[in-house]
Design a binder for this molecule. Sequence first.
Ligand SMILES: NC(=O)c1ccc[n+]([C@@H]2O[C@H](COP(=O)([O-])OP(=O)(O)OC[C@H]3O[C@@H](n4cnc5c(N)ncnc54)[C@H](OP(=O)(O)O)[C@@H]3O)[C@@H](O)[C@H]2O)c1
Ligand SMILES: [Zn+2]
Ligand SMILES: [Zn+2]
Length: 352
Amino acid sequence: MYNVKAYSAASATSRLASTKIVRRDPTETDVQIEILFCGICHSDLHQVRNQWSDFMPTVYPCVPGHEIVGRVIKTGSAVSKFKLGDLVGVGCLVDSDGDCPACKAGLEQFCPNATFTYNLLDKHLGGVTYGGYSESIVVDQRFVLRVPANLDLAGAAPLLCAGITTYSPMRHWGVTKGKKVGVVGLGGLGHMGVKFAHALGAHTVVFTTSSNKKEDALRLGADEVVLSRDANEMQKHAGSFDFILDAVAAEHDINAYINLLGIDGNITLVGAPDKPLGVSAFGLIMRRRSFSGSCIGGIAETQEMLDFCGEHNITSDVEVIPIQKVNDAYERMVKSDVKYRFSIDMASLKSE
Ligand SMILES: NC(=O)c1ccc[n+]([C@@H]2O[C@H](COP(=O)([O-])OP(=O)(O)OC[C@H]3O[C@@H](n4cnc5c(N)ncnc54)[C@H](OP(=O)(O)O)[C@@H]3O)[C@@H](O)[C@H]2O)c1
Ligand SMILES: [Zn+2]
Ligand SMILES: [Zn+2]
């Protein structure tokens, strides 16, 4: 075991602060990674503040971070996929049983024995797993991804969660040329959704509550932008969408978007507000519409997404910050004031 510097929260109301945590020595199938950048996902904030207490209560101290890119600094004797110096990524998953139906289908995120990168039982050390707001991490090679060499690393980090969470449902629901696709909420997930929908050839419409994001939405690849609080603008799109991705982090009226779907249209929720959403039966039954959810993506699909980003030169639009600014970044995220993802330069942790 060895000690590393990290940032953790001591309680739901504490600010994140400098600390030290323990990592395991790499086993024979493990990869030890020096973390270079870590994105800030809204899920980090939900978890740190225990906003999902009914579903996934937070164990303190909590070290969040699951949008990790870094460099391989050590490999176990049986590691074949990676060598020293490789640029790699780690997302929300660090382990699964490998032989249940979900794992066999490449859907490790739904494995009953999956280990998430933070706040889940650590099978090696006991206690809970600690995430990427830290100097280094040790992960089994099955859960380590290759980062294409042409991608900017600060902008690549958010692909490990925001990227796969938006790419996976778009592939599942057949987003392609000729489809009309909506993306609700232009935040970390939403702006990646716009980039993917555009790259997949769909007619892409952004729904935002922030009028100052209109020009950015067009620059990111949207064909149209709708201010979702303007009922007239919303009405113009009634019954016309094939697919809508809802990436809103707070309570909102989902029915307003269900009504925009055409026959057999689907709306997929990836945003994870803590309170239930009320769904009108008639909105769904009238055009055989469906409402579903989606959770990150499996390991093979995450690699596919990274390779797709390498080919199309897609990264997240990031504001790079030192870790000392992480609490300010959380406050700005609550106000929807992020353009469009914070990426922590982990070199800043060295001075702690
Ligand atoms: N399913 C999964 O696997 C998965 C993975 C990662 C994250 N998530 C969840 O997805 C959600 C979004 O994460 P994120 O990191 O993209 O968050 P984010 O960067 O904070 O973006 C959320 C966006 O939602 C919109 N919004 C915020 N408050 C709103 C409100 N009261 N009403 C309507 N719109 C509002 C804002 O966009 P506008 O300014 O454009 O309106 C905001 O930028 C979070 O709940 C997160 O936990 C789920
Ligand atoms: Zn996330
Ligand atoms: Zn499994």
